[in-house]
Design a protein around this ligand. Sequence first.
Ligand SMILES: NC(=O)c1ccc[n+]([C@@H]2O[C@H](COP(=O)([O-])OP(=O)(O)OC[C@H]3O[C@@H](n4cnc5c(N)ncnc54)[C@H](OP(=O)(O)O)[C@@H]3O)[C@@H](O)[C@H]2O)c1
Length: 258
Amino acid sequence: MASVICDSVLVTGSNRGIGLELVHQLVDLPKSPGHIFAGCRDPGGPKAQELRDLAQKHQGVITVVQLDTDSPDSIKEASNLVESKLNGKGLNLIINNAGVNIPGSLVETGKKEMVDSYTTNVVGPMLIAKNFHPLLCKAAAQFPQSSMSCSRPAIVNVSTLLSSITRCPENFYRSPMYPYRICKAALNMLTRCLAEDFRKDGILVASLHPGWVRTEMGGPQAPLTTAESVSGMIKVITSLTEKDSGTLLDWEGKNIPW
Ligand SMILES: NC(=O)c1ccc[n+]([C@@H]2O[C@H](COP(=O)([O-])OP(=O)(O)OC[C@H]3O[C@@H](n4cnc5c(N)ncnc54)[C@H](OP(=O)(O)O)[C@@H]3O)[C@@H](O)[C@H]2O)c1
């Protein structure tokens, strides 16, 4: 990794899976961010032990932040905490990684499955963008002349190939997943809207598909380890430029059609 990725980053859903690996790899970069805010909905709970250990090892760099992305109050409190820790500086990068896959064929999917999935996969990232926008703008003001990149302010929404309407016919029967597909397609629209809205502020916004990854969500059959996926994701994130804002890319940097 040639240059410093960014000064500060917030990763949501960072106590396990892809989110935890993101924190691992970000802190191990030769020029790692000075502040890594690791969002986690239950920082004191048993599922956050590995994250707590990592934060303990990198005190002063990793801050574990209570962040339940389903809760507007939790998001607000997290933004206040991050602001106070940044001590007058802005926040460079948000990786909206927290997500749920409530798998469902049409028969299995009802209102609850749709609403729960939408709350976490769409409303959460939207409220995070809204609440952290002032901090992203503050970071933008630190680099008034430079062009868009992840070292300037950026939001990366972790999406999926299964969100692609164009690619749906080739993978639908393998994984119908109505709530997941529909909500991640909506997340892509959030990416597109924010990319337009925040262009004036110099904030880049992109959706990123991590590949099919061996996590609780991805399952044991998935071909990619979290290490492989995340090292690809970090390469892609560090190479994002203005032309990528408002697009969906995969972990190898290939464009996925909407
Ligand atoms: N794995 C794959 O093959 C794959 C493929 C495409 C896209 N993705 C996307 O990649 C992202 C990470 O997936 P993963 O495979 O790492 O999943 P995972 O192993 O199931 O982990 C999900 C993470 O999200 C957190 N989370 C869920 N709801 C949350 C909420 N309301 N507030 C805060 N955190 C919450 C979980 O926290 P708790 O421990 O508290 O539940 C956990 O840390 C997701 O957005 C997913 O859609 C994954």
